[in-house]
Write a protein that binds this ligand. Structure first.
Ligand code: ZN
Length: 375
């Protein structure tokens, strides 16, 4: 019988006896429900304490998810649920009580808005089941723990509805099989990533699209500033015009492709976006998340290239043609290769942007990609 282990991690330094007892009771009752509903699996739910945070004030969910992922890997669990009494900082909602991340196979839940005593046990257990439903690929349903968790007071420890039950069994079986396969001999990493992509190309591209890559320059203020500075510099410098106007077309075309790839690589590896867990070895879920992150940045850079191109082209038309003709060293304004020069500026601008992209905002990109929802 396949074993499914779901670890609970207490991440805050809680000494309130009543609260700890409620967490423990919720864990036992969730375990009972799962054992009763899924007897085809063996269930295990260890509870560990990582008293890293003070149980006061709101916490950022991303480091909590990463903490859960670390524990999960270190202890060889299949899933982890991180529990804190603190509020969680929301990104898009007014408040959030739980965030699942299928990519990491970890969820973080907050008991701050769930009340005390028996009510807390019931709601926390229900919330954890809701999170597990997401981690097991179940969409929201009308009934049971997988209905939208908009009202914390409606959360209850109860079995999953029948259609969700079947989907969960299928999912857990697939995961168990995939894990066996992963223990087999490793082929090269490139083969592994290509295979991961080919397993679900449409899904991966949809995930990239859902990350709204065109918003990337908006998150990354310094990146955009670097691109703007380089573009202005290149528009105002005679030597740059002279070089840009005399480069062969093929070089400019290749330069565009290479600059977008280079900028993507600089951001992806420079900001450690490939490192979403400290895990060694190749895991399909992790590889998939990395592909989505890489794809999102690639699309973002492509979009930035197009924006710089259009702006440069517009501004070049508005500049006094006589001056620019002299800078570029061409015989007359009709010989000005404006589109070519705009492409040249866009390529340089994209690379400058990537160099200007800074570390702090890596959290934003990661959070957008890793969070499934804010419940
Ligand atoms: Zn949900």
């Amino acid at each position: 019988m396949a074993l499914v282990s779901v670890g609970w991690v207490l991440a805050a330094d809680v000494w309130d006896e009543e609260l700890l007892a409620a967490y423990e009771l919720a864990r036992e009752q969730v375990l009972d429900v799962l054992r009763a509903q899924f007897p085809e699996f063996e269930w295990e739910m260890p509870f560990v304490e990582r008293r890293v945070y003070v149980p006061l004030g709101a916490l950022d969910p991303l480091p909590l998810l990463e903490l859960g992922a670390e524990e999960k890997i270190y202890r060889r669990w299949d899933y982890a649920v991180v529990v804190v009494p603190n509020e969680l900082n929301p990104r898009h909602r007014i408040f959030t009580i739980g965030i699942p991340s299928t990519a990491l196979e970890v969820a973080v839940v907050s008991s701050a808005r769930l009340g005390r005593g028996d009510a807390l046990v019931e709601r926390l257990g229900g919330l954890v089941l809701h999170m597990l439903g997401h981690l097991w690929g179940v969409e929201h349903t009308l009934e049971g723990p997988t209905r939208p968790a908009d009202f914390p007071e409606l959360l209850r420890i109860e079995p999953f509805p029948e259609e969700a039950r079947e989907a969960i069994i299928r999912h857990l079986r697939e995961v168990a099989d995939a894990r066996l396969e992963e223990q087999g001999p490793h082929r090269g990493w490139l083969t592994f990533y290509v295979r991961t992509f080919l397993t679900d190309p449409r899904g991966i591209l949809e995930d990239v699209w859902n990350c709204a890559p065109w918003e990337l320059p908006l998150y990354l203020g310094r990146l955009t500033a670097a691109a703007a500075v380089s573009t202005i510099f290149f528009l105002m410098t005679a030597e740059a015009w002279e070089i840009g106007a005399h480069l062969p077309f093929s070089l400019i075309a290749w330069g565009a492709v290479i600059s977008v790839l280079m900028a993507t690589g600089l951001l992806f590896f420079g900001q450690n976006l490939g490192q979403i867990t400290r895990e060694h070895g190749l895991r399909e879920q992790v590889a998939r998340t990395q592909l989505v992150l890489f794809g999102t940045i690639l699309m973002g850079m492509l979009f930035l290239w197009v924006v710089i191109y259009l702006i440069s082209l517009g501004v070049s038309y508005l500049m006094p043609q006589g001056v620019v003709t002299e800078w570029a060293g061409v015989p007359s304004p009709v010989h000005l290769p404006l589109t070519q020069y705009a492409a040249f500026m866009a390529s340089v601008g994209v690379v400058a942007a990537a160099l200007g992209g800074n570390l702090e905002e890596e959290e934003d990109i990661k959070a957008e990609v890793l969070f499934d929802e804010e419940a």
